[in-house]
Design a protein around this ligand. Structure first.
Ligand SMILES: Nc1nc2c(c(=O)[nH]1)N[C@H]1C(S)=C(S)[C@@H](COP(=O)(O)OP(=O)(O)OC[C@H]3O[C@@H](n4cnc5c(N)ncnc54)[C@H](O)[C@@H]3O)O[C@H]1N2
Ligand code: MOO
Length: 881
């Protein structure tokens, strides 16, 4: 009966036009199925992987990496339908981040790599008969993507689903397409051959393929892996990641004892009673990320040797014919796993890669995290985690499981997850706009989550989630206020700036050298360019060489140096042709014309700085994320760049308020003081890396302040005001801006309790952040340190945003306010044993400018600490690091 089943299945495949190679493979698996093959891998036949090479340990020169990448193609397994997320078309057509689909991101990643490395890097999808059309439509948006002589996709084979009891092909007239399934991703090897793509790639000189799932946004084509394969002649590399408890189900690699080869053991291959070994994450401590690298020439040989049947272990997948209808007949699908091919290649290797290379989106929980601000797409379209903590754990209720239900309940986008450790939603609330999750959040039984809600854990966000300003005694904590600021800031756009304006900025786009360094062979000494052979024996018997010319730095040589000849040469001057060494002037008589007497022999190459020794033309000299310092500027300049693309420097305008203020240097009238906050805040902004200017202080009327702000908003990226934020009758900043979008809050800190922050609209529509700091000089300074400096660094993408906190020993006791975090001023020094000692300055009042200036550090006393005695440890922030 089942033999008949195979015959009928094969007949259907022929009718559908499926090629003989794929049919042979199907028959192979069908026979295994009939024989009751289980394909198990018992634990005593394998050894756990040990001493796995890690990606960070393999390093190659740019040139090697480029060369390897120029022989590589990216292949994406794109047959997935996303049925488990309620999708019917290609899963990769789902908008996953910033309005882009998986395929858009993949296409952009490939195009960025091509540009960065100047390589052809073909992208090819392995589609199923159901995903091809829709996927190619998306890729059509990228006209430069296709590579001459290669298709953008090939279609993997199809096979009939078999009725579970009779193993005959199932009939499903309601939707005949459901009678077919793709034979798993292990089919890629057969389909590469039958589609002709394998030959086309090899004909074009493409020797390696990087193959991964299209829903794994972490799987970017890393040139270092390609270079590693080339260097060691590896036929097959499988990327593995460290396994955590939640990865217990995935497959892992192991070494087969009988022949020492690597094999893949998937869940389905675990022998009965051996689940505990499989689940032991210390024993099998990595899992297969399904990112593989294959030497296509070796693959072609293996396929030929085995008559097109690689013989991968069979996977028997049991489903219903209509996956969406559990009452439809039960079927089996014969599949194989791509990674299983590792056992076919002698000399295969596993490579331990960071978890970031395995970021699949399998569920809407994954989708929420990827869409959120926890991740950004960088300029190379790599998905980069920007949250400080580990990736948040998300568990949404069943109403969100399918994409449609998910979209309906997040109509304004997903919440901010930057500061979230976990989010669990019970019920099916619709989320408003600008919702922020902080810590471990549980949403239970809510009908809706309001706009601007801050869900702060550990929370049972069961009651009201309207934005809460204050808690307890009405004060906001320091961390809450800082988060409220940082989470709304949008980093400055990138711009190209001259080198002299780039100091301290973060590179937005990698730069390649326009020249080789040195760009020509030149002399590292003042002396004579010679042929080394001419000076043989000159150590014992001095040799006379005929002077044929002179080369100074900055000129082109006009002479050629032959045997017995020399050309006078200066440091940095080009080596004339014919010469292969330089003898230093000290080893000669220094003659300027006629003949020069040489008293030393020189080896070939002596004192010659060869072209390209330092940098080769086209090499990447700085990368996105690098911070520009004086040495980077030297490199950029040497490599021919007058400007560099960076994240822009924000321009800060400082504006003090108070009728009592007089500019420094001018005489004081009764009740007047010199404005010291303006220059202090200006200097603090410049020290933080921003550019800054001071706007003359204004008095205490709303009109004065508003008209000054109108003026500064035209040029400011950030406005910092001082004064006028407390409870006084003339507290102008608060009175003028409270209903203009600036929030005035009291923060549980000392000094610096009254704070304002918000956004004002600039004349050109930009939203300009405004910090309203308290007027007391010390309060103003501390507020800048705690809130403005991290914000400026975030705008410039400088990390770390906050200063380092260290521990020091107090030399004197002190008292602090309960419920407020105290930022005291101190002198922090090392004692003779090297220990950090903290001595608070005498005047801790908010008006002591001299004591502030004597201090070099802030000490931080937590909210719940009131008394500290000498000898206790205290946190300190050293200011002049
Ligand atoms: N009744 C209350 N009074 C105050 C409270 C309060 O809660 N209730 N809070 C106190 C705290 S704490 C602070 S801090 C200050 C904040 O005051 P303002 O931001 O409103 O600032 P001003 O009143 O304008 O000035 C305070 C102080 O600082 C001197 N100052 C102001 N600007 C400058 C400058 N540019 N250069 C040098 N010195 C400056 C100003 O002359 C005052 O002496 O409020 C407390 N009051
Ligand atoms: O809190 Mo105010 O900022 O002390 O002086």
């Amino acid at each position: 009966m089942s033999h008949q089943g195979m015959a009928r299945a094969v007949e259907r495949m022929r009718d559908r036009g499926i090629g003989p190679e794929a049919i042979t493979v199907f028959e192979h698996y069908y026979r295994q199925l009939e024989e009751g093959a289980q394909g198990t891998v018992p634990e005593d036949t394998i050894e756990p992987l040990r001493d796995i090479q890690a990606l960070g340990e393999v390093r190659f020169s740019d040139e090697d990496a480029r060369l390897a990448l120029s022989q590589t193609a990216v292949i994406k397994l794109n047959g997935g339908l996303g049925t488990s997320m309620g999708m019917s078309g290609a899963k990769s057509a789902l908008e996953v981040k910033d309005g882009l689909t998986f395929l858009d991101i993949i296409a952009r990643q490939v195009l960025a790599l091509r540009e960065e490395w100047d390589v052809e890097l073909p992208l090819i999808l392995m589609n199923s008969f159901r995903t091809s059309e829709q996927s190619l439509e998306i890729l059509a948006k990228y006209p430069t993507l296709p590579v001459d002589g290669l298709p953008l996709d090939f279609i993997q084979s199809a096979e009939p689903k078999l009725l579970a009891d009779s193993l005959t092909p199932v009939d499903w007239p309601q939707d005949p397409e459901l009678e077919w399934c793709p034979p798993g991703h292990g089919d890629i090897y057969v389909s590469l051959v039958t589609s002709g793509v394998l030959d086309s790639l090899l004909d074009k000189g493409i020797r390696y393929a990087f193959i991964s799932n299209s829903d794994n946004l972490g799987a970017t084509c890393d040139p270092e892996v390609a270079a590693w394969m080339v260097e060691h002649g590896l036929p097959f590399v499988a990327e593995v990641c460290d396994r955590t408890k939640s990865d217990r189900k995935g497959g892992h690699l192991a070494r087969r004892k009988s022949d020492g080869r690597l094999i893949l053991r998937d869940t389905a291959m675990v022998a009965e009673g051996e689940e505990r070994f499989f689940a032991d994450i210390r024993r099998h401590h990595t899992f297969n990320a399904n990112n593989i690298w294959v030497d296509l020439a070796v693959l072609r040989d293996r396929m030929a040797e085995r008559n097109g049947v690689l013989g991968l272990p069979i996977i028997i997948n049991r489903k219903t014919v209509d996956p969406a209808d559990p009452t439809s007949p039960e079927v089996v699908q014969l599949e194989s796993a791509m990674g299983a091919a590792i056992e076919v290649f002698e000399g295969s290797e596993a490579l331990l890669v960071p978890r970031t290379r395995f970021r699949p989106v399998k569920t809407t929980n994954d989708l929420l995290v990827v869409r959120s601000d926890y991740f950004v797409l960088d300029e190379r379209h790599h998905l980069v985690a920007v949250g400080e903590g580990p990736e948040p754990f998300v568990d949404l209720d069943s109403a969100y499981r399918l994409v449609q239900g998910f979209e309906q309940r997040f109509p304004h986008g997903v919440p901010s997850m930057l500061e979230c450790t976990s989010l669990r939603v019970i019920g099916d609330p619709v989320f408003g706009r600008n919702v922020r999750c902080v810590g471990d959040v549980l949403v239970d039984g809510l009908r809706r989550v309001h706009d601007n809600a801050v869900l702060e854990g550990p929370v049972e966000a069961t009651a009201d989630t309207r934005p809460s300003r204050a808690k307890g005694d009405g004060l906001r904590t320091v961390d809450e206020h800082l988060r409220a600021i940082l989470s709304t800031l949008e980093p400055a756009p990138s711009a190209s700036v001259p080198l002299t304006e780039a100091l301290g900025l973060v590179v937005a786009k990698g730069v390649r050298s326009r020249v080789s360094l040195p760009s020509f062979d030149n002399s590292s000494m003042d002396g004579y360019a010679v042929q080394a052979a001419s000076l043989q024996g000159a150590d014992t018997t001095p040799v006379r060489l005929r002077l044929v010319g002179e080369v100074a730095a900055g000129t082109a040589p006009t002479c050629t140096v032959g045997p017995g000849e020399a050309a006078r040469i200066m440091t940095g001057a080009p080596i004339p042709s014919g010469a292969d060494a330089v003898i230093a002037v000290e080893d000669t008589d220094g003659a300027a014309e006629g003949e020069v007497l040489c008293r030393a022999a020189v080896p070939q190459g002596r004192y010659i700085r060869p072209s390209g020794e330092d940098v080769s033309e086209g090499a990447v000299i700085v990368s996105a994320g690098d911070v520009i310092g004086p040495r980077t500027i030297a490199l950029l300049a040497a490599c021919g760049h007058a400007s560099v693309e960076v994240h822009r420097r924000p321009h800060v305008v400082v504006l003090s308020t108070g009728a009592e203020l007089v500019p420094p240097g001018e005489p004081l009238g009764p009740g007047q003081i010199h404005d010291s906050n303006s220059p202090m805040l200006w200097a603090a902004a410049v020290s933080a890396g921003a550019s800054a200017e001071i706007r003359a202080a204004v008095g205490d009327t709303d009109a004065e302040l508003l008209s000054a702000l109108d003026e500064v908003l035209a040029t400011a990226d950030v406005v910092v005001t001082s004064g006028g934020v407390s409870m006084g009758a003339y507290d102008v900043v608060k009175s003028a801006l409270a209903d203009q979008g600036v929030d005035f809050v009291r923060v549980a800190m000392q000094p610096g309790k009254p704070q304002g922050f918000g956004y004002l609209a600039a004349p050109d529509g930009r939203r300009v952040p405004l910090f309203a700091l308290p007027g007391n000089p010390v309060s103003s300074f501390v507020s800048f340190e705690v809130f403005v400096r991290p914000a400026l660094r975030r705008l410039m993408r400088r990390t770390p945003e906050k200063r380092r906190i260290r521990s020091a020993t107090l030399t004197a006791g002190l008292r602090s306010f309960e419920g407020r975090r105290q930022f005291g001023r101190a002198v922090v020094r090392r004692n003779s044993e090297g220990a950090l000692m903290c001595t608070p300055v005498a005047g801790q009042g908010s008006h002591f400018v001299a004591d502030l200036s004597r201090a070099n550090a802030l000490f931080v006393v937590p909210e719940d600490t009131v008394d500290l005695v000498a000898g206790e440890a205290v946190d300190v922030i050293v200011l002049d690091d």
